[in-house]
Structures are given as C-alpha cells and as structure tokens.
Design a protein around this ligand. Sequence first.
Ligand code: FES
Length: 344
Amino acid sequence: MQKVNLTIDGTLVEATEGITVLEAARAEGIYIPTLCADPDLEPYGGCRLCLVEIDKMEGLPASCTTPVAEGMVVRTETPGVQEARQRTLELLLTDHPDNCLVCSKNQHCDLQKVAAYVGIDQPRFKKLERQTEIDSSNPFFVRDSSKCILCGKCVRVCNEIQGLGALEVMNNGLSSKIITSAGDIPILESICESCGQCVAKCPTGALMPKNYRWASKEVSTVCPYCGVGCGTYLAVRGNEIVGVRGDPENPANKGSLCVKGQFGFEFVDHPDRLTSPLIRRNGRFVEASFEEALDLIASKLNEYKGDQFAAVASARITTEDNYVIQKLARAVMATNNIDHCARL
Ligand code: FES
C-alpha cells in the first residue's frame, strides 16, 4: 500500500493511502469527536462533529469521509472548528432529553462524552418537544426514539454487517426517525433477528438491553452455544452475568454475536437449571452424584449393542469430546448411529 505524508495539528504523519483523515488522526493518538463514525462501518458523515480545517479545501470537511492526501495540512482544533462543533452539538441537544441521571446509558453515553469534550456553556437554541415512542416489543431490548441522535449506526450495522436491513431512516430534518424497514411497525413484527448488533453500536440510550444493569467487571470467554467459537466478554456483577458483548479482536466473530450469544445467558442462574444428575428411582427423579450417574450409565450400556444404540453429540462440547463420542459409538457400541446437533 502506498504511503502519503500529511500534517495534523503540526505533527508530520505518515498514513496509508485510502484511509480517512479521522483514521490517520486516531492512529497518531489525536482525538477528534465523533458520533456516527465506527471502525466496523462504512464512513457516513452524518453527525458533522468530526469537522476539521484542511488547507486548500472549502469549508470544514468531515474528517471521517475525507481521504488522506499527500501534503495535506489538517487542523482539528481551530476556533472555527470548535464553533461549528458547538453549534452542531447544541442543535443535536435541542430535542434530546435532559434526564441523563436516570438514563441507563449514563456515563457510557458517547453523546455525553462528546458534549463534555466540545464544551457547551449556555445552549443558544430553544428546547424542542419530541414525541417519545417506546418500542418494547422485542423480548431483549427497548427502542426509545426520544434518545435517538440519528447517527444511523443501527441501520448501517443491520445492513452492512448482518445483511438484514431491518431498519431504515424515514423522512428528513426534524421529522426524521429510525423505523423498521417494513413500515413503522413494532420491531418484533419486523424481519429483525434480535442479534443485538444495533444495541451494541448505539451511542446513546436509544437502544438498550432490557433490565440493563451495570457490571462490576468483565470476563473474557467463548460463547457456549455452537461450534463457531465466538469471543465474548461477560459483564459480571457479583456472581451473576448481567450482559454480554462480542469481542472485536476475536477472529471468529470480530465483535458480532447472534441472538443466543448476545442475550441467551439467563439460563446460567435460572432456578430451573439442573445442577446435578437425576436418576429415576421408584418412578421419581432423585438427585445423584456424577459418579453414581456415570456408573449407572456404564452398567446400562453393557445391555445394548449395534443398532440398539445411538448417540447425539453436541456443538456445546469440545471437538475432542465429540471425537470421543463417535469413537465410543463406533468402536465400543459397534454402530454408526452417531449424529450431531449442529446438523439439524
Ligand atoms: Fe464524521 Fe459523524 S463522525 S460526520
């Protein structure tokens, strides 16, 4: 890849041709506020907060959509840039609720962070009333239109990464809003597959998991559901899992998850979960130790051979365990009746 040399805030920067000014600045550790840019998504240029000054270019281009060029001179913090960002942010806040303290996204909200960075003393624009529409039809997450800043990340991740297109932007200007692409219907009735990628990308509290709770720590692990091996971070509070996010560094999923990996963790602490083997005695299931259960199974296996036996292996166990199960079926039980849940 060709390299180009440019100057950002007086620092000489070597960047790969084709990347944006924003990417080049970030690689140099120079912060530019953004709300719609995302390293996983195509440049969008919607929020107008990443504006910069570039010599020989008209106006204030968006750094997230402007490619680097040889000899470019970029300034990210001039009075003109700061004034434009403040104005943009103030307009954004005119119809955004002021109830941050009771918003679940409080302190995790990108809008808050950008507002703190840009710095707004006295908003100059009149507060606008915005109709609140809450869609809680989905069992896993809630959409609150009053907190939406129209960054388009939910629409874009659903199109560009999930390949579904369950969401779209409707109308222009003040009447713009995100709707389901089948018309403005509840998300549960749309083609949404509840993968939760829109929730993960949302910079504000407009898309939030239901029953969201802050975690006290994160634990890196692998999703237990299928054999893909998606990397996850479990949000843990005490001894309880309160949330999951995809690991962006994991080569199997690069941060994405399906509905099961994203939201299907309640079974871990569910009161109905079996935590010890059950053996039927006198017509009733009775708790037993694993030693007792395995001894019983081993003694019963002796009674069957060949086509009297079948085994169904599982995507939720390791490759090695699956190998051993087929070996048991073929070599010990003398049958090819071996199947796997991932084939269903
Ligand atoms: Fe560049 Fe939103 S981050 S326009």
